[in-house]
Design a protein around this ligand. Structure first.
Ligand SMILES: Nc1ncnc2c1ncn2[C@@H]1O[C@H](COP(=O)(O)OP(=O)(O)OP(=O)(O)O)[C@@H](O)[C@H]1O
Ligand SMILES: [Mg+2]
Length: 386
């Protein structure tokens, strides 16, 4: 778990271009520290403008579960699971996205269908590059090949180490991208959820993804307090697999666990119990077996993961300066990311932290939209400066 408190030092937080850091333009001070020294704002912006304009610019949400690509002119142009199917012998990429996800756990020995991102960062560099290259080709063919050598903004978890950040930059660069800019995932989520991040008020964003949960308080363009834990929707699936194995001696796959989570998974709130048939392999006989599982059982199985997320949210709120705490009571917190769609999650959180809890307009797309909007902010600033 990582914690980062940056107050008054927002310059260091928003954008990283080739290891240099930038922030939201309308709050830029006259001089900026960029990692290579202190420079005058206008000089940096001209340099940034030179790097960002004249070429197609796209935003990528390279998530553990889903990869989304945003184009300034067309909005979301690609939304696929972050899965790649590969021929083990030839290393040829056979399928990506939805097609590859369908193959998980069902392939013959010479084919693997895997998720190359784990816990928000790259677990297998070659596979991630293969996935990104295939995605760029797909986008290129859709758009008549007019996305060549694009400038790319890509998000990273706030908890990512510099080595992990560099790996993400390198993987994107391997697709032929001209410049690669990094943005912190909760900042992108907040921008994508329409929060007024550049005003001096507390904007609290809670993004529950597949591999990570990120909580950030953003005010006046800077991250005041943030927590990133490597726990998310995938861990809920894992808890369900373990629960069914332990209590029914039945082994189920990832896809079944995810389906059960979406159908029967509830945060710890009172609800009308629902039941569903679950199919798997009996560990004693080795034969296929169908069992009946209740939502209350799945609810119990998810408690530990949910409590870990709750603890991280509480921890972040405790770090909030008292002047901003008042805003949180009035404005509440905003949820984004697929994990926040779990039945009852919003109501449960409201009960537990006693502040209003709202859903982002498009929880699964907030990060990609925010990545794209951050580009627009840079671009409009560049035009003003020219
Ligand atoms: N209706 C739903 N109920 C519960 N969980 C859901 C629902 N829809 C999606 N999810 C879960 O949300 C997760 C994916 O969310 P999202 O696309 O935000 O993650 P990601 O951005 O790829 O991951 P990360 O940000 O951690 O790298 C998956 O674990 C998925 O099972
Ligand atoms: Mg995400």
């Amino acid at each position: 778990m990582t914690l980062c408190i940056i107050s008054g030092q927002y310059v260091l937080n928003f954008f990283t271009i080739s290891c240099q850091l930038y922030c939201i333009p309308n709050i830029l001070p006259k001089f900026l520290y960029t990692g290579k020294g202190v420079f005058e704002k206008s000089r940096i912006i001209r340099k940034l403008g030179g790097k960002m304009f004249g070429t197609t610019t796209i935003g990528i949400d390279l998530g553990t579960a889903n990869i989304l690509v945003y184009s300034k002119t067309k909005g979301i142009i690609l939304n696929e699971p972050s899965v790649v199917a590969l021929n083990r012998e030839t290393n040829e990429v056979l399928a990506i996205g939805h097609e590859a996800k369908e193959m998980i756990g069902k392939t013959p020995a010479n084919i693997i269908a895997v998720r190359p991102m784990q816990d928000g960062v790259i677990a297998d560099f070659d596979l991630t590059s293969g996935l990104l290259n295939a995605i760029m080709r797909r986008i290129g063919s859709k758009s008549g090949n007019n996305i060549r050598k694009p400038n790319v903004v890509v998000c990273t978890p706030t908890g990512a180490t510099s080595v992990e950040q560099r790996a993400i930059q390198d993987a994107v660069r391997s697709t032929g991208a001209k410049n690669v800019t990094l943005i912190e995932e909760p900042v992108a989520a907040a921008i994508g959820a329409d929060l007024p991040v550049d005003e001096p008020i507390a904007n609290v964003i809670v993004d529950i993804g597949g591999g990570t949960s990120e909580i950030a308080i953003i005010s006046y363009g800077g991250v005041v307090s943030s927590t990133s834990i490597r726990t998310g929707g995938d861990h809920m699936d894992e808890e369900i697999i373990q629960y069914i194995r332990k209590n029914y001696n039945v082994l189920i796959g990832e896809a079944t666990a995810e389906r059960i989570k979406m159908e029967l998974g509830y945060a710890p709130i009172t609800h009308e119990t629902i039941t569903s048939d679950v199919r798997g392999r009996d560990l004693l006989t080795g034969l296929p077996k169908t069992i009946q599982v209740e939502s209350t059982e799945i609810q119990r199985a998810l408690t530990e993961t949910l409590n870990r997320i709750l603890e991280a949210i509480r921890h972040t709120l405790e770090q909030c300066p008292p002047e901003l705490s008042g805003d949180i009571v009035d404005r509440g917190i905003i949820l984004s990311g697929g994990g926040s769609l779990l039945h009852g999650f919003q109501d449960w959180l409201k009960q537990e932290i006693d502040v209003p809890v709202h859903m982002a307009p498009s929880p699964l797309e907030s990060v990609a939209i925010g990545t794209g909007r951050s580009l627009q902010t840079i671009e409009s600033l560049g035009k003003k400066v020219k």
